[in-house]
Design a protein around this ligand. Structure first.
Ligand SMILES: Nc1ncnc2c1ncn2[C@@H]1O[C@H](COP(=O)(O)OP(=O)(O)OP(=O)(O)O)[C@@H](O)[C@H]1O
Length: 257
């Protein structure tokens, strides 16, 4: 098992959440260091969403702790977690369709900064250069002036990533970042996330169903099965783990390839 005792950004300890008799999450512990891209995987019903939603503050655990940058945020609501150095992207992209890509990122920067921008400045000039820089980093500079509603699906996901970076997060939580994308685009998207993880020293936790995405790009993989953490290691370690092969061979054989 791989451990990250030093410089931990996210530390999850003994998380448990039951629904009646169902142990959705059962004593799960893991951590993420800066510059690390960590995939959370597992078969259907394994507890991924429950675990992810406890970390992002949407759900309260029955027991256990979530620490972000050393601070106990267990049960702190998502809107407050966002102000503690955490960025998020969603399965269903959350952008304003009638606004341009640039305006969407400007709005995200304004939301992240609160009132630090002077009220006398016209809205269109606020944080324009920073917003453009984020669009450049996500390969979206060429689409800056297009309304978000007119963007291709993959570009909306890139825009959402640019917006999630607006608060200059240390931890990025991505719920199925490649959901709904064609195979080739999935690889491009996660390669971009991988590059940003390195260049910004981000800690990234992402859930993912595509094993090509996970095994091609994650630094570490944690595997849930029936609420329990059954593996935590590098791609090679996890792929070779007999328990992982067993749970996936019961459903899809893809993970064992
Ligand atoms: N609100 C709820 N009420 C009752 N049971 C729930 C609730 N949410 C999740 N569960 C149960 O908890 C278990 C874990 O569900 P969860 O959605 O976290 O798994 P998952 O790994 O994200 O699954 P999937 O890949 O299918 O999205 C499942 O047995 C599910 O039926």
């Amino acid at each position: 098992m791989t451990q990250n005792p030093a410089g931990t950004v996210l530390e999850v300890r003994e998380l448990t959440k039951h629904y009646g008799g169902v142990r959705a999450v059962d004593g799960v512990s893991f951590s993420i260091a800066p510059g690390e891209l960590l995939a959370l995987i597992g078969p259907n019903g394994a507890g991924k969403s429950t675990c992810f939603n406890i970390v992002n503050g949407q759900l309260k655990p029955d027991s256990g702790t979530v620490r972000i940058l050393g601070r106990d945020v267990t049960g702190v609501p998502s809107r407050r977690i966002a102000h503690l150095g955490v960025g998020r992207t969603f399965q269903v992209a959350a952008v304003f369709g009638s606004m341009t890509a640039l305006e969407n990122v400007q709005a995200a920067l304004i939301a992240a900064r609160g009132s630090v921008f002077g009220f006398w400045r016209p809205a269109t000039t606020i944080a324009r250069d920073e917003a453009m820089a984020l669009l450049e980093q996500t390969g979206m500079a060429g689409e800056a002036e297009r309304p978000a509603a007119a963007l291709a699906y993959g570009d909306v996901k890139r825009l959402e990533l640019a917006m999630a970076l607006a608060g200059d997060p240390r931890l990025l939580l991505m719920d199925e970042p490649t959901a709904g994308m064609a195979a080739a685009k999935r690889g491009e998207m996660i390669a971009l996330v991988q590059k940003l993880t390195r260049s910004r020293g981000l800690a990234v936790l992402f859930t993912e169903h595509s094993m090509d995405v996970v095994f091609g790009h994650a630094d570490r993989v944690i595997v849930l099965a029936r609420g329990r953490l059954i593996a935590d290691g590098t791609v090679d370690e996890v792929r070779a783990d007999p328990r992982v092969r067993e749970v996936y061979l019961g459903g899809t054989a893809e993970a064992a390839r």
